[in-house]
Design a protein around this ligand. Structure first.
Ligand code: ZN
Length: 622
């Protein structure tokens, strides 16, 4: 096996690449998804209003670098709830025969000039119209607007619910990542583009959970009294604002707001009666929420804040066995069978949250790969060629479909982690990905699963900075190339030093342009040990990663540095992978609430691979 494997890699080094074939391209349409996906379910209420089912979860509320009342940033749990996807419209007011107070008239425009009392009356009327128990107790003339959170009817969101829904799993100032005002214009009507008026709801791009106009158009009443110091003492679970105050919370900014108010953490208070007509009343509206319907899948607050620590996702499907390679090839379906069997025998499998593969829409593949390449892979696989680009990347007829599902599976894992369904996840997928280049297959790899996942975390979930940790014994040349001049992705690789395959990854390769310093290669000699690797992770990876402060962490988890591996000639024990996992996990905990997805790369003795994965997954789950 050692000889055969080494021979394969020697073949890689000496191999002559087949020149890229120029093929006629047909532009594949997206697989029906059209625009942005809505990863949370949307229901339509009896009165015809769309609401998103927001999953329960932890998030970081407030901001450390924003205004003083946004600090301190603190961890908050919010139970699952339903939230209107759009601001309440004037048509909705009229349908319930409530006088429309708005200044800028139009049935699809948001209602504004609305006092807190009017908003609350609307909530109660809408509850009655749908046979739900109203939440607000209105005691005239001295209304306290007391809210019964256990009632099933409509109410205003708590400030925590509003910010949690607005962020939709993101941690950057705005839910679309780090783009500035030019990007904000795509998501919000604000001073920079509103022409000094409101606009019909739902015209701008939604946030990752499908919520529209969370920034701009009209500022939204929340249910909480406004306490500028409230974050210092607020409870960690379902905070509901201070006991009383003069002002009520407004969120999201309005059509006349500067960009700074159109941020997830921005907060202000306003008098609930709002009778001062000199004030810009036509900037204030709202949207409704209500308790999530009883459903076994909807989450409720765990008993302790660390309950989620035990939840690790495992992404696997038998479809990944359908990428066939010749009998002697080290990258075989038996690798995955050994992993699954090992996890089963250790009893770990039953403790993991099962995640299932799906197809990756083509627009995600082309965030990293040339469209011509994607089309070429499809054509070559389907016509029955035996390899792609060079003999070391063998293929079978299903390989294109399997490779697309390997990418899609990893994207599913990213979704599950961002949504808080699991704390972290391991993806047992093949073919592997980290050698795949923009327009070329290489070293058993077809599509670069991890690189695409990094772009997906950024573009789909608005997570600005991604750290990729690659501990495969081979340097991830494809991943390095994808982000070499990119300041938003930090690529760290520890690997056997060149000229070992693929021949890249010298310490002097540090990134370029805006990405300079954001590529850290640590080449090690053959025979390096557990202690050598731990030292590199503690002394090189950890400080660099903490300085970078990622919003998401990916691991290119190859296990071919294990001592038994026929290709790597390193000396790692299975336990070393647990140690390395803990170091990376601590980085994710310190920087981004533990958000981490690990993706299988190499590892070529089934037994050593299975033991290493078991150690890795057990550490993820700790
Ligand atoms: Zn490898």
């Amino acid at each position: 096996m050692r000889t055969a494997g080494a021979g394969t890699r020697a073949g890689l080094l000496a191999g002559v690449l087949i020149p890229a074939m120029v093929l006629g391209l047909c532009c594949r349409k997206g697989s029906g998804s059209g625009g942005r996906a809505k990863p949370v379910p949307v229901i339509t209420t009896k009165t015809g209003v769309e609401m998103a089912l927001i999953p329960g979860g932890w998030f970081e509320m407030g901001s450390a670098g924003g205004a003083v009342e946004e600090a301190p940033a603190h961890r908050v749990w919010v139970d699952s709830f339903l939230m209107d996807t759009c601001e309440v419209t004037q048509e909705q007011f009229r349908r319930l025969q409530i006088p429309d107070p708005s200044h800028f008239k139009g049935p699809q425009r948001p209602v504004e000039q609305v006092t807190l009392a009017e908003a609350i009356e609307f909530c109660n009327e809408r509850s009655r119209a749908e046979g739900l128990q109203p939440c607000y107790v209105l005691r005239q003339p001295t209304s306290t607007w007391e809210c019964d959170f256990d009632a099933g009817g409509y109410r205003l969101p708590t400030e925590a619910e509003w910010e949690y829904a607005c962020r939709a799993g993101t941690t950057t100032d705005r839910f679309f990542g780090r783009g500035g005002e030019q990007t904000l214009k795509r998501y919000a009507w604000y001073a920079g583009n509103s022409s000094k008026q409101t606009h019909p709801v739902g015209q701008k791009q939604p946030n990752p959970w499908g919520l529209q106009d969370m920034y701009g158009n009209v500022a939204e009443w929340c249910n909480d009294w406004y306490g500028p110091d409230y974050y210092r003492t607020s409870p960690a679970r379902n905070p509901r604002g201070p006991a009383g105050a003069k002002r009520v919370v407004l969120r999201g900014g309005a059509w006349d707001s500067k960009a700074d108010r159109c941020r997830s953490a921005w907060r202000a208070g306003e008098g609930p009666r709002f009778h001062d007509i000199c004030f810009a009343k036509d900037t204030t509206g709202f949207r409704c929420v209500r308790k999530a319907p009883p459903n076994p899948s909807s989450q409720s607050a765990p008993a302790t804040s660390s309950a989620r620590a035990g939840e690790t996702g495992f992404l696997y499907g038998d479809v990944y066995l359908e990428h066939k390679t010749p009998g002697s090839h080290p990258e075989s379906p038996q690798r995955l069978s050994a992993i699954v069997q090992g996890l089963e025998e250790s009893g770990l499998l039953g403790q993991l949250v099962k995640l299932t593969p799906r197809e990756a829409p083509p627009q995600w593949l082309t965030t990293i790969h040339a469209p011509e390449y994607v089309a070429r892979v499809q054509t070559i696989c389907r016509r029955g060629d035996s390899y792609l680009d060079s003999p070391d990347t063998p293929i079978s007829a299903s390989s294109y479909d399997v490779a697309v599902k390997a990418v899609g599976g990893v994207l599913s894992a990213v979704d599950a982690v961002v949504a808080g369904k699991v704390r972290n996840a391991f993806c047992a997928v093949r073919p592997p990905g980290h050698h795949a280049l923009r327009d070329r297959a290489m070293g058993f790899c077809i599509f670069n699963n991890v690189a695409i996942a990094a772009r997906y975390a950024q573009k789909q979930h608005g997570l600005g900075k991604v750290l990729i940790v690659d501990w495969d014994v081979h340097h991830g040349n494809g991943t390095q190339a994808a982000f070499y001049d990119d300041p938003t992705v930090f690529y760290f690789s520890v690997h056997r030093q060149p000229p070992f395959y693929p021949g890249t990854g010298k310490a002097a390769e540090k990134g370029q342009g805006k990405g300079e310093g954001l590529c850290l290669n640590v080449p090690l000699p053959a025979g390096s040990t557990d202690a050598d690797y731990r030292k590199v992770f503690q002394e090189k990876l950890r400080p660099a990663a903490l300085a970078f402060q990622p919003d998401f962490v990916l691991i290119s988890a190859g296990f071919d540095a294990h001592a038994d591996d026929p290709l790597g000639e390193m000396k790692l024990s299975a336990r070393a992978f647990a140690d390395l996992t803990r170091i990376v996990k601590a980085i994710a905990d310190e920087c981004c609430q533990g958000r981490l997805v690990s993706v299988l790369e190499g590892g070529y003795t089934p037994a050593g691979l299975a033991r290493s994965v078991e150690a890795h997954v057990a550490a993820l789950k700790e």
